[in-house]
Design a protein around this ligand. Structure first.
Ligand SMILES: [Zn+2]
Length: 287
């Protein structure tokens, strides 16, 4: 199963490459205009006011004419709409160019293909090298938000892409999405928890699902609670994480001083819960 997923990932990446080779003009500037890509591929794009899902692909074929139309829900945030549209382009490519393969795939595999396609389309692999350099140079929440808006993607999508391609390599710090939520395993104890953590996985390990109280000092919780939406702030704390030993190659628990940089985001669109993004910059230990 894992190998099928890897093959689909490779195929999605290859298809984005084919599209970008065919239409280089559409890939010169960020953000990529997903609607232009769709139109270049012969699709129509329409905004729809009352769509249940974020976007939908309607294919029509009466033997004489064939049309493919992507309907995108009208009220979506721009960057969410862009991803939804790019995702439907992925479905179109799979159906058009790999029809035999598509028939044999389950819904999850098809969704996986389209998600990889969309991420690759919006943050093309040609950008990965320069992106990794910038992430080392400009750290912090503001820099991260700047990158998300430059590529026209949501913060979670950017972070997932950075992590998947290991673009945070060499960074002495972690980006965290923090949310007021129950423990994922027990469904109990709602509190501010690390929903997801992004970092150089070759060197660090930061468990998600843990509460902020167990990751950092108590004062950090009060500090986060005091932030207003869109207002960034920084603080210092001791944080706990795991670091790979260069000698044994095993991860070992560590504590060190860090400068935290956080911003309260709009409440989660999914459940309305409090939501934050944080950069944890580890302070080098003097030896
Ligand atoms: Zn889909």
């Amino acid at each position: 199963m894992a190998s099928t997923r890897m093959q689909l990932t490779a195929l999605a990446q290859q298809e984005v490459q084919i599209v970008s080779d065919a239409y280089p003009g559409l890939f010169k500037e960020m953000p990529i205009r997903a609607s232009k890509v769709a139109e270049a591929l012969g699709m129509r794009v329409r905004l729809a006011p009352n769509l249940r899902q974020r976007a939908r692909l309607d294919c029509f074929d009466d033997g004489k004419t064939r049309t493919a139309t992507v309907m995108v829900r009208k009220d979506l945030d721009h960057n969410v709409a862009r991803f939804a549209l790019a995702h439907e382009v992925g479905h179109f490519i799979l159906l058009e160019r790999h029809a035999d393969l598509a028939v044999g795939l389950d819904a999850r595999a098809r969704e996986g293909f389209s998600n990889v396609f969309a991420a690759e389309l919006l943050i093309p692999s040609a950008c990965h090298g320069p992106l990794a350099e910038r992430l080392l140079r400009d750290t912090g929440v503001r820099a991260l938000l700047g990158l998300a808006s430059e590529f026209g993607v949501t913060l979670p999508m950017l972070l997932v892409t950075l992590s998947q391609h290991n673009l945070l390599r060499g960074l002495d710090g972690f980006y965290l999405l923090i949310k007021y939520m129950v423990n994922k395993r027990t469904c109990l104890e709602p509190r501010l928890r690390i929903e997801s953590a992004y970092y150089d996985r070759e060197r660090y390990f930061v468990p998600d699902n843990q509460s902020i109280r167990s990751f950092a000092r108590n004062s950090v919780l009060e500090w986060l609670n005091s932030l207003s939406i869109g207002i960034g702030s920084s603080a210092k704390s001791i944080v706990k994480y795991n670091m790979k030993s260069e000698v044994t190659g095993k991860f070992k628990a560590r504590e060190s001083a860090a400068v935290l940089d956080a911003l309260r985001l709009n409440p989660s669109s999914h459940d309305g819960a409090e939501y934050f993004v944080m950069f944890v910059g580890l302070v080098p230990v003097e030896s």
